[in-house]
Design a protein around this ligand. Structure first.
Ligand SMILES: NC(=O)c1ccc[n+]([C@@H]2O[C@H](COP(=O)([O-])OP(=O)(O)OC[C@H]3O[C@@H](n4cnc5c(N)ncnc54)[C@H](O)[C@@H]3O)[C@@H](O)[C@H]2O)c1
Length: 365
């Protein structure tokens, strides 16, 4: 079981699907193509032992189809462990749509995508991810019931991002408690990389608590908007990783902790929303451990969004969503201590607990 970000040439050397390095016994991988709408999507169903595979749809302008496939394989696997560790009866799945969400996403394309989701008869349930909004899920809902993250007006739990951010904030506080003995983030220097839906909501929690917040994003307009709204600083340098900080919060895309950045990193804690933050989870997790950097596992602390969408399937309300999300604090602290006691990486400690829940269910069957 290895996951890795590979360059295009290395990817091509592998067998196209089952031989991919990120292929980890996925149950099903579905390629969806529709000439009329221009839809090119891949749905990855990693594991359905605990329940139907639930995970968002990402629309992204991938450099190649290999990159898209690699992403969906990694992301869907991550969802399996995220739901398992959060105690939800869900399996892991994810979908990627290849294209620019700003210019190529049309209602027709979204509905066509929904029809493909429907054809899987509920083995995969979708939701929003990068490049998607609740309005897109409302469109998908017109052709299939196998969608969550729909708007509150349409009976859904609404945008999951604020809840995801709250869970990340809880996980960050737990990591601070572990590293500094106190979970108060006042005066802690926090760099938030990526201030989209989740990043912005995280900035709000941090600035309310009095943390010294620096933000970075590739979207200049957004940077100025968020700076003015929360009175935080825009990072003006060109290597965020090498900055002196208490907490690095990756909230853009994955693999920002890689061979180039990991030795530059000066943060005491890594805690953010992005999925698959470690380019190579085993090796980079170990380097963080050796360097004494506390890593709050991504799939554990960014589970607020799935808790929020799960409410739509299980019919629980806001109070229960908040309670489950706040529990991320306890689970994170427990896992950080557990990793230390066993002298394993925090990522491994979280994976072990998730895997043991899946194994137990499999044995019951
Ligand atoms: N939305 C959720 O509920 C949720 C749940 C779990 C995990 N996540 C993960 O959290 C991350 C953020 O999700 P989101 O919903 O806020 O997405 P988003 O698309 O709203 O925001 C992403 C932001 O990152 C910025 N960005 C992209 N590349 C960047 C770079 N190289 N440097 C700096 N900024 C960059 C974008 O401009 C954008 O503002 C993603 O990795 C997503 O998979 C989101």
């Amino acid at each position: 079981m290895v996951t890795d970000i590979m360059n295009k040439e290395d990817l091509k050397k592998m067998a196209p699907v089952f031989g991919q390095l990120s292929f980890d016994n996925h149950e099903q991988v579905v390629f969806c193509n529709d000439k009329d709408t221009g839809l090119k999507a891949i749905i990855g169903i990693h594991n359905t032992v605990l329940g139907p595979a639930l995970g968002g749809t990402r629309m992204w302008q991938y450099n190649s189809e290999w990159d898209a496939l690699n992403d969906v394989l990694r992301l869907s696997r991550g969802m399996t462990f995220k739901s398992a560790i959060t105690g939800l009866n869900l399996g892991g799945g994810k979908a990627v749509i290849i294209g620019d969400a700003k210019t190529q996403k049309t209602p027709e394309l979204m509905k066509r995508f929904g029809e493909f989701v429907h054809s899987l008869s509920g083995r995969y349930i979708t939701a929003e991810d990068v490049g998607m909004a609740t309005s897109d899920m409302d469109l998908v809902r017109t052709v299939t019931p196998y969608v969550t993250g729909i708007s509150e007006e349409k009976g859904g739990a609404g945008n999951p991002s604020p809840i995801t951010a709250y869970g990340v904030f809880m996980g960050m506080k737990a990591a601070a408690k572990y590293a500094y003995g106190s979970d108060i983030l006042e005066d802690k220097t926090v760099y938030v990389e990526g201030i989209g839906n989740v990043g912005e909501a995280l900035v709000e929690h941090l600035s309310n608590e009095g943390a010294k917040v620096y933000i970075s994003d590739i979207n200049q307009e957004r940077l100025e908007e968020v700076r003015d709204k929360y009175n935080v600083a825009i990072y003006g340098g060109n290597n965020i990783y090498a900055e002196d900080m208490d907490i690095y919060a990756p909230c853009a895309l994955g693999a920002t902790i890689n061979d180039t950045t990991i030795h530059q990193l000066r943060a005491k804690i890594v805690a953010g929303a992005a999925n698959n933050q470690l380019a190579e989870e085993l090796r980079h997790g170990k380097i963080l451990q050796d360097r004494g950097i506390v890593y709050a596992p991504d799939f554990l602390i960014n589970a607020g969004g799935i808790i929020n969408v799960y409410a739509e399937l299980e019919n629980y309300g806001k109070q229960e969503i908040i309670r489950k999300t706040e529990n991320i604090y306890n689970t994170t602290l427990e896992i950080l201590k557990n990793a230390e006691a066993k002298d394993i990486t925090t990522h491994q400690a979280a994976l072990d607990i998730a895997q043991s829940r899946i194994d137990a269910r499999k044995n019951e069957k």
